[in-house]
Design a protein around this ligand. Structure first.
Ligand code: DX5
Ligand code: ZN
Length: 226
């Protein structure tokens, strides 16, 4: 499932919600690897976004991997619904469940890839005893809840530390970074060891945003050599 090189996962949060099917087609044509779906429940974060019916409606229209980022409390209650709706990878927040180990095992039992997301203040050590259960770690480089926020630079050493840890493990775990990724921040994030980039407003909010997808994959973005 996880190819070599930098994967780009545009976040539909910044897409036109009235034309989601076309937006998915646009990112597919622009070279996206995954579709990042931000699920917010109004409790773990204040906003409410989308749920399984939206994934299900989009599923027949693309073969791209569905990367479901659950910003919800008690994610264990919803895993089966997201699996049935067509998620390929489910990422839950380490802070959202009292039973991270159990939730990750449940995701894998459903036949899906499992990820853990870490809020900016959450240290990498919370993953110390669940590494064998992880296919992906999602470093939040903004506080979750909204698109269009500024990248938090203090996350760079955290990405480096996680990248080192994953190299030591010797098995493939994707290191994805979510929040404030744009033409300026992509290069340092890749240099720190990220293998996947989530980008919402930079891709959907700017006229040339779609071109960034391939730029991220080839050279980390236009500013990489500056
Ligand atoms: C934030 C979400 C992100 C968001 C990223 O809570 O998890 O996926 O869409 O948006 P940008 O790229 O605009 O920071
Ligand atoms: Zn996200």
């Amino acid at each position: 499932m996880f190819a070599e090189g930098i994967k780009v996962a545009p976040s539909l949060l910044s897409a036109d919600f009235g034309r989601l099917r076309e937006e998915v087609r646009r990112i597919e044509e622009a070279g996206a690897d995954w579709v990042h779906l931000d699920i917010m429940d109004g409790s773990f974060v204040p906003a409410i976004t989308i749920g399984p019916p939206v994934l299900q409606a989009l599923r027949p229209h693309t073969d791209l991997l569905f990367d479901a980022h659950l910003m919800v409390v008690q994610p264990e209650k919803h895993l089966e619904a997201f699996a049935r709706a067509g998620a390929d990878l489910i990422t839950v927040h380490a802070e959202a469940s009292a039973h991270l180990d159990g939730v990750l095992r449940e995701i894998r039992k459903l036949g899906l890839k499992a990820g853990a997301a870490l809020n900016p203040a959450t240290p990498p050590e919370v993953l110390d005893y669940v590494w064998p259960l992880l296919d992906l770690v999602l470093v939040m480089s903004v506080n979750p809840g909204a698109g269009g926020q500024a990248f938090i630079p203090e996350m760079l050493p955290k990405i480096e530390a996680l990248s080192r840890k994953i190299r030591q493990l010797g098995r493939p775990v994707e290191l994805s970074v979510d929040g404030g990724i744009n033409a300026q921040t992509a290069a340092p994030v890749i240099a720190a060891g990220a293998t996947a980039l989530v980008a919402g407003s930079a891709v959907f909010g700017d006229p040339g945003g779609m071109e960034l997808i391939r730029a991220f994959k080839t050279e980390g973005g236009p500013r990489r050599k500056v």
